[in-house]
Design a protein around this ligand. Structure first.
Ligand code: ADP
Ligand code: 3PG
Ligand code: MG
Length: 393
C-alpha cells in the first residue's frame, strides 16, 4: 500500500474545503434515509474540519439519475439526516456553476457546512468534463477525498477536482485504505475468502484475483450456481447465470494450479412452488421445480469448519436470499461463527454490510467497508482513480 497525504496538519481554518463524501445511501419508498451508515462514517472528517474552523462544502452523488435533474434522487433527505447528526443546519446549493452557489460558499463562516445537490444531475460529473470540474473546484481552496465508496469512479468530483486543487485523503479514506490493505499486502495466513451474492459475471474477476493469494475460497449464494452446474449438479428450476461455462472451467483449472482450495455447497435449502416450508436437498437431487435459496446444513458445517484455524477472513455477499428469514440461516450461521474465532475479519459490499447488521452478525468483523464496488476492486489490487490522483504521504 502507498499511503496518501492525510488531513493531519493541513491548514484549514477560515478556508473553503471541498469534501467528496459518498452519501449514496438507500432511501425508503417515502424518500427518507433507510440506512445512514455512510453518513455516520463521514463524521470523523466532518467533525475534524468543524473543530479546526474550516468552511466545508460537501460533494456527493446519490443513485444514477443519468445526468438529469430527477427529484427522486435529491440529496435533501441526506442533508436533513446530516444536520441532525451534526447538530447544526446543513443548507444546500443546487448547481455548482450558479452565482447562487458561489455566493453561498463565499458567505460560509468558520465551522459551517454547505451540501451541493446531487452532482449526477449534471452530465459533466460522470463524464469528468473539464468545465464542470473547474466550476466545482473554484468553490473551494482545497479538496479532501473521503468518499471511499466512489474512488473507483473517474468522475469530475473524484478526479477532475483533485487535479485542480491541493488535495488529501480524509479520515474515512485513510482508514479504509489501511484496513483493506491488510488483505492485499501479505495477509496473515491461512487466508479464507467467503463470497456469495449474485452478479457472477461481475464477481468472477474478484474470485480469479484471489487464486493463489487466498488459501481457501468458500463460494455460496447465487454466485455458486454456475460453478455447481459446471460440476454436474442438478439445480431444478433455479435460474443459473448463463454463458459463463468457459470462464468457470478456466477458473477451476487455475484454482488447481494455484493450490487454492475451492469449497462449494454440498446441499441447498430449496423453495418449492405451492409450499411455504423450505426443504433441504443434496446438489445432485434438487427437485425439478425446486429453487435454490440458501446453502444447506451440511454446507454450513463445512464452511464453518473451513474457517477454523484461519488468520484472515474476507467476506462479500450473502450466502442465500438473506432478506427472507427462511433463507438467512446459512449467512447467519457462517458469519456468526466469525465472532467465535480469532483472526482479522473484514466485510465489504453494498448489500453485505446491511445484511450483516440485520442478521446481528456484524460483531464478528473487525472492519466492514463502506465500499461496494470500490472495496472489491481494492481487494483485487486494482488501481483506483480517486486514490491514484491524491498525492502520496
Ligand atoms: P453485495 O452488494 O454485498 O456485493 P450482491 O449485490 O452481489 O452483494 O448480492 C446480494 C443479493 O444476492 C442479495 O439481495 C441476496 O438476496 C441475493 N442472493 C444471494 N443468494 C441468493 C440465492 N440463492 N437466491 C436468490 N438471491 C440470492
Ligand atoms: C456505490 O454505492 O457503490 C457508490 O456510491 C458508487 O455508486 P455507482 O456504482 O452508481 O457509481
Ligand atoms: Mg449489491
Amino acid at each position: 500500500m502507498v499511503a496518501k497525504r492525510g488531513l493531519g496538519s493541513a491548514p484549514v481554518r477560515g478556508r473553503r474545503v471541498l469534501v467528496r463524501v459518498d452519501f449514496n445511501v438507500p432511501l425508503t419508498p417515502a424518500g427518507q434515509v433507510a440506512d445512514d451508515r455512510r453518513i455516520v462514517e463521514s463524521l470523523p472528517t466532518l467533525n475534524h474540519l468543524r473543530a479546526a474552523g474550516a468552511r466545508t462544502i460537501l460533494l456527493s452523488h446519490l443513485g444514477r439519475p443519468n445526468g438529469r435533474h430527477d427529484p427522486r434522487f435529491t440529496l435533501r433527505p441526506v442533508a436533513h439526516r446530516l444536520s441532525a447528526l451534526l447538530g447544526q443546519p446543513v443548507p444546500m446549493a443546487d448547481d455548482p456553476g450558479s452565482v447562487k452557489a458561489i455566493e453561498m460558499t463565499a458567505r460560509l463562516e468558520n465551522g459551517q457546512f454547505l451540501l451541493l445537490e446531487n452532482l449526477r444531475f449534471h452530465p459533466g460529473e460522470e463524464a469528468n468534463d473539464p468545465t464542470f470540474a473547474a466550476q466545482i473546484a473554484r468553490l473551494g481552496e482545497l479538496f479532501v477525498e473521503d468518499a471511499f465508496g466512489t474512488v473507483h469512479r473517474a468522475h469530475a468530483s473524484t478526479v477532475g477536482v483533485p487535479q485542480r486543487l491541493p488535495s488529501c485523503a480524509g479520515l474515512l479514506v485513510e482508514r479504509e485504505v489501511r484496513e483493506l490493505s491488510r488483505l492485499v499486502d501479505a495477509p496473515e495466513r491461512p487466508y479464507a475468502v467467503v463470497v456469495g451474492g449474485a452478479k457472477v459475471a461481475d464477481k468472477l474477476p474478484l474470485l480469479e484475483s484471489l487464486l493463489g493469494r487466498a488459501d481457501r475460497l468458500l463460494i455460496g449464494g447465487a454466485l455458486s450456481f454456475p460453478f455447481l452446474a459446471a460440476r454436474g449438479a442438478q439445480l431444478g428450476g433455479t435460474a443459473v447465470e448463463a454463458g459463463l461455462e468457459t470462464e468457470v472451467a478456466a477458473f477451476f483449472a487455475k484454482a488447481k494450479d494455484a493450490g487454492t482450495d475451492v469449497v462449494l455447497p454440498e446441499d441447498l435449502t430449496i423453495e418449492r412452488p405451492g409450499t411455504n416450508e423450505p426443504s433441504v436437498h443434496a446438489i445432485e437431487a434438487v427437485p425439478a421445480d425446486g429453487l435454490a435459496r440458501d446453502i444447506g446444513p451440511r454446507t454450513r458445517a463445512r464452511f464453518i469448519e473451513s474457517l477454523d484455524g484461519t488468520r484472515t477472513v474476507f467476506w462479500n455477499g450473502p450466502l442465500g436470499l438473506a432478506e427472507d428469514p427462511r433463507f438467512a440461516e446459512g449467512t447467519r450461521a457462517v458469519l456468526g461463527h466469525l465472532a467465535e474465532i480469532a483472526g482479522y475479519h473484514v466485510g465489504a459490499g453494498g448489500d453485505s454490510a446491511r445484511v450483516a447488521q440485520e442478521l446481528g452478525v456484524a460483531n464478528g468483523f473487525q472492519f466492514i467497508s463502506t465500499g461496494g464496488g470500490a472495496a472489491l476492486e481494492f481487494v483485487q489490487g486494482l488501481e483506483l482513480p480517486g486514490l491514484a490522483v491524491l498525492p502520496d504521504a
